[in-house]
Design a protein around this ligand. Structure first.
Ligand code: GLN
Length: 458
């Protein structure tokens, strides 16, 4: 199928067969056990997480020959749980983008329509799950990169609270926003995955020492009596009418299931896109300084070190990454630091404060994940601002460090394209989100719909 979808950047064919044989033997000898919940389950990994011996390209020419010398903590956790890790998934270069078109080796296609984008930056992670190429996948979410592709491809996408999951071995884009999470076919699979990858890691100083609840158990209780807020600012201008109506219907369904819905306001939402694109680019500009042709993979020689840096970075990075490095360097430069970076940090506090305030009165929030369904490949490539604006519903929760989940809640008719519902909660409220998402999933059949995939190629 991957000829049509192009979700994978590399596959470890022999490795996965060996792992599968081992899993078979273990099952035959010892049977299944609770401490190996992923035994024999094929799971693919976004090409931004280190996996020992596997390529780690971040979708970039700059790392095209780079092989990880060690495992990210989440990869170790997957392996300890018995998972078969077998392939590396396509993404926007260094996770910068909303469509996977910024990958240096070309885009992933949406499984529902190969002429459309799968979302991004974890486009490969969502598309591979929807196309049945794996059972679940890992992705990273800095401003929506797990949830938005989940919405546009039609699967579950979970962004845990900042600090819930270790970032050790995740190639940094914007360290104060990055979080590892998963794409899955069902909410219960998301609960299982979260249980495996959560927990304190002394190798990530921002991971939080907090016990890991039995996430799957949360699915057993009901949402009756819960209070869910509907933030009016998330029904933005330019929103696709079918998206708005599917969200309204989903909200009615949640009411039917026993939740109380109240309208709430997050007044600083309108500044989220600007605020995010200052902070994320500032952090990216410093994080990506290490890719200089000296220590990592790709190098273009020059007469002196300065020329070597320029030639390597000039041809190694793609256009969007360069745009962000330039923007990020600018907002951090003397004279502009106060006007942009510092101001954005203050706005970030206001945005976080909005959430703190509403979560005093509601258990969770319900919003669209993306204002539109999947657009055509190429449609927004010449207009970065339009691309940035498509992230309006997902960015704020990264700025605030909250958790969020996207689940399928409808389809457009012609063409048939999935629509996603986003649930947001305060830090460490993943159980609440899983409970609401699980109840909704049980009461609907959106998650059962499958695209017809052929292998004819796009
Ligand atoms: N689309 C957003 C960006 O381009 C978010 C990306 C992400 O979450 N990695 O920055």
């Amino acid at each position: 199928m991957d000829k049509s979808i192009h979700a994978f950047l590399s596959i470890n064919k022999q490795g996965v067969l060996d792992q599968a044989e081992k899993a078979d033997r273990e099952i035959a000898e010892k049977g299944l056990s609770a401490d190996r919940p992923l035994l024999g389950i094929p799971i693919a990994i976004k090409d931004v997480l280190a996996e020992k011996g596997a390529p780690l390209t971040c979708g970039s020419r700059l790392l095209r020959d780079f092989v990880s010398p060690y495992d990210a903590t989440v990869v170790t956790q997957l392996k300890n749980a018995g998972a078969l890790t077998f392939g590396r998934l396509n993404m926007d270069e260094f996770a910068m983008g909303s469509s996977t078109e910024n990958s240096s080796v070309g885009p992933t296609c949406n499984p529902w329509d190969y002429s459309r984008i799968p979302g991004g930056s974890s486009g490969g992670s969502a598309a591979s799950v929807v196309a049945d190429e794996c059972i679940a996948s890992l992705g990273s979410d800095t401003g929506g990169s797990i949830r938005q592709p989940a919405s546009l491809c039609g699967c579950v996408g979970l962004k845990p609270t900042y600090g819930r999951v270790s970032r050790y071995g995740l190639v940094a884009f914007a360290s104060s926003l990055d979080q590892v999470g998963c794409n899955t076919k069902t909410v219960s699979d998301a609960a299982t995955m979260l249980g495996v990858i959560s927990g304190y890691d002394k190798r990530d100083s921002t991971s939080v020492p907090r016990s890991v609840p039995e996430y799957s158990a949360a699915l057993q209780s009901s949402i009756k009596g819960m209070k869910i807020g509907l933030p009016k600012e998330y029904f933005v201008e330019g929103m696709q009418p079918e998206v708005a109506s599917s969200i309204r219907q989903a909200v009615e369904k949640l009411e039917e299931l026993g939740a109380e819905i109240v309208e709430v306001s997050l007044p600083h939402t309108e500044y989220a896109v600007a605020c995010y694109y200052i902070i994320a680019t500032a952090e990216a500009s410093t994080n990506l300084a290490r890719f200089d042709g000296i220590r990592y993979g790709y190098r273009v020689d020059g007469k002196n070190p300065f020329e070597l840096y320029c030639a390597t970075r000039g041809s190694g990075f793609g256009e969007e990454v360069k745009r962000r490095i330039i923007l990020g360097t600018y907002v951090l430069s003397s004279g502009y630091y106060d006007a942009y970076y510092l101001k954005a940090q203050k706005v970030r506090s206001l945005i976080a404060g909005d959430f703190t305030k509403v979560f005093e009165t509601v258990d969770a929030l319900v919003t669209p994940t993306s204002p539109t369904t999947a657009w055509k490949l190429g449609e927004k490539m010449d207009d970065p601002l339009q691309m940035y604006l498509s992230d309006v519903c997902t960015l704020s929760s990264n700025l605030a460090g909250n958790c969020g989940i996207s689940i399928p809640c409808g389809f457009t008719d012609n063409p048939t394209l999935p629509i996603g519902l986003q649930l947001l909660g305060p830090p460490f409220s993943e159980e609440t989100l899983l409970k609401i998402a699980g109840d909704f999933e049980q009461a609907t059949d959106w998650h059962c719909r499958k695209p017809v995939i052929n292998n004819a190629g796009a």
